[in-house]
Write a protein that binds this ligand. Structure first.
Ligand code: SAM
Length: 248
């Protein structure tokens, strides 16, 4: 039956593809993908060959119309991005929106996403998280975006490219309290995977200590602001300590 399958693919280790994803890629009439060379490589790795349709951020709207027409003709189409889950800091949302608006079926196939992968190995205890994704490239807009999330009482999840990791780390250090924890989750699932956690006050020194630490793909996690309840508790304990000291 005509369906758009939204298929998560690996974020590094090619073995992180699900059996169901391989099954759907094998049965699809065509695969819509961000970069045809990239997806062709993944398909070849698993002995698959399908017509590939380029669907990137510059043509997503037009492609969405074409895909809707193909689905209406009864085809089964898989949608993938270069890595991880489509529509998460990647193209795909416009296509899904158009397909849903046309009343056609959309079926997600879960799999890797860098954000959740980093969170799972961070050991940060706050169960809540706030997905920031990529910060704006311009310094003024970036700093404003950080100020806007300064009070969020949830772990902040950021994506970053290697050429900006130093600047972004410096901006985080400037924006947040120095005792908040930061996690650098680098090259997840790949050969040089590294997951380092430290207070923000130590972040710049850690990054500078070894040039390799600034290479590859990053997820950055920043411990959230203390929640209002925690802040009240801290204040209550502070007052209690003063009162107790005054008691005879
Ligand atoms: N759709 C993807 C997902 O579900 O995570 C995200 C795609 S986004 C264009 C690419 C960014 O995701 C990178 O700049 C990096 O911040 C993060 N990322 C992707 N793969 C990663 C990996 N193996 N290790 C660390 N971060 C990764």
């Amino acid at each position: 039956v005509a369906t758009l399958y939204v298929v998560a693919t690996p974020i590094g280790n090619v073995c992180d593809i699900s059996l169901r994803a391989l099954h759907v890629l094998a049965l699809a009439d065509a695969v819509a993908c961000e970069d045809t060379r990239n997806t062709a490589q993944l398909m070849t790795r698993y002995g698959l060959s399908k017509p590939l349709i380029a669907a990137h951020e510059h043509n997503e709207r037009e492609v969405a119309e074409k895909l809707v027409a193909r689905l209406q003709a009864g085809e089964r189409i898989a949608l993938v991005s270069d890595a991880g889950t489509p529509a998460i800091s990647d193209p795909g949302a416009r296509i899904v929106d158009a397909v849903r608006a046309a009343g056609l079926r959309v079926m997600p196939l879960p799999g890797a996403s860098a954000a959740v992968t980093a969170l799972s190995a961070s050991g940060l205890l706050n169960e809540r998280f706030y997905f920031v994704g990529f910060l704006p490239a311009k310094a003024g807009q970036r700093d404003a975006a950080l100020q806007a999330v300064r009070g969020v009482a949830a772990t902040l999840v950021l994506y970053e490219a290697p050429h900006r990791i130093g600047d972004t780390t410096a901006a985080l250090v400037a924006a947040f309290e120095p005792q908040r924890q930061i996690v650098f989750a680098r090259e997840l699932t790949k050969l040089f995977e590294e997951i380092h956690r430290c207070p923000l006050s130590e972040a710049i020194a850690w990054l500078a200590a070894d040039p390799h630490r600034q290479k590859g793909e990053f997820v950055l996690l920043v411990e959230g602001a203390p929640s209002a309840v925690d802040a009240d508790q801290v204040e209550a304990e502070r007052v209690l300590r003063i009162l107790l000291a005054e008691c005879p």
